[in-house]
Design a protein around this ligand. Structure first.
Ligand code: PLP
Length: 316
């Protein structure tokens, strides 16, 4: 468990850099799920996802300690968050992206002032290259989830949920590497252990489900789920034991269910949510958790999707 003191310190550390995101409601979602539903709007967070919470908690601290260069291996939301915070802190960011990364994502990183290095096609190639660049330049490699400061930063979203939604009884969270879910479950269980926390994973990237069943971290092969922020190949060394001990349930959803959740969030709640960001709602909609008649929260974890990508989902 990451202690509540660490999560409270993180909340203070990052308060000038991140939004306290709004909580949205939709009577159509209430009717469809038989719950009183609240959507925690991290798609409206700075840089378009919750990743800024962990990244800023880590980076603000090390910059005070003298670090002048941070390095990440991500073409997605973590890369954007690291580039943004580095820019705000006046230090350099190098983001290692796959050779086939989309121009939209590269320009987002560059717009925040990050330097982009294209390398390899898989994270297994990219991560060692990012670590090598960090070592060579005296910089710091910032991992996307498997780090106590990152987990504590993501946990600040859990603290906000408890204070913004008094009497909340169940929380649905997406699970990729597990940083967001681990942070949220740590915050929530220490504030109110009666709140049920449910992790949701794509069927096509069910490394955490397989690992929970096996009792040890199990790697999976490359995956193409539309939830591109959740394509991790193995749960984190730090995040997995936290999820194993404290998550109440883990359920999986199909890519079709994820796309349907994106469409419903657009039509019913008027929100643009990327596939990874809609996975928690997809989990709630399947009814697999058995949660009913409860004050229920689903985390909308991100909204970074291109116009073309979003229209393909809407028109599918
Ligand atoms: C990174 C990400 C996730 C998954 O977070 P983990 O900490 O890796 O489990 C979920 N949704 C979005 C939008 C993300 O960018």
């Amino acid at each position: 468990m990451i202690g509540l003191d660490k999560i409270r310190e993180a909340a203070e550390e990052i308060s000038d850099m991140v939004h306290r995101t709004p909580v949205l409601t939709s009577s159509m979602l209430n009717a469809q799920t038989g719950n009183e539903v609240f959507l925690k709007g991290e798609h409206l967070q700075k840089t378009g996802s919750f990743k800024i919470r962990g990244a800023s908690n880590k980076i603000l601290k090390v910059v005070r300690g003298g670090v002048r260069h941070v390095v990440a291996a991500s073409s997605g939301n973590h890369g954007q968050a690291v580039a943004y915070i580095a820019g705000k802190s006046g230090v350099q960011a190098t983001i290692v992206v796959p050779e086939d990364a989309s121009p939209v994502k590269i320009s987002a990183i560059e717009a925040y002032g990050g330097r982009v290095v294209r390398y390899g096609l898989t994270s297994a190639e990219r991560i060692p290259e990012a670590i090598r660049i960090a070592e060579e330049t005296g910089g710091l490699f910032v991992p996307p989830y498997d780090d106590p400061d990152i987990i504590a930063g993501q946990g600040t979203a859990g603290m906000e949920i408890v204070s913004q939604i008094p009497g909340c009884e169940a929380v649905f969270v997406p699970v990729g590497g597990g940083g967001l879910a681990a942070g949220i479950v740590c915050a929530i269980k220490q504030l109110n252990p009666e709140i049920i926390v449910i992790g949701v994973e794509p069927e096509l990237a069910d490394d955490t489900k397989q690992s929970l069943e096996a009792g040890i971290r199990v790697p999976i092969g490359p995956t193409r789920t539309i939830a591109d922020g959740l394509r991790t190949s193995i749960p984190g060394e730090l995040t997995f034991p936290i999820l194993q001990q404290h998550l109440d349930q883990l359920i999986t959803v199909s890519d079709e269910e994820i796309a349907e959740a994106c469409r419903l969030l657009f039509q019913a709640a008027k929100q643009v949510v990327e596939p990874s960001g809609a996975v928690a709602v997809a989990g709630l909609l399947t009814g697999k958790s058995g949660i009913t008649g409860k004050k229920t929260v689903a985390v909308l974890s991100g909204g970074n999707v291109s116009a073309q990508g979003f229209s393909e989902i809407l028109n599918a």
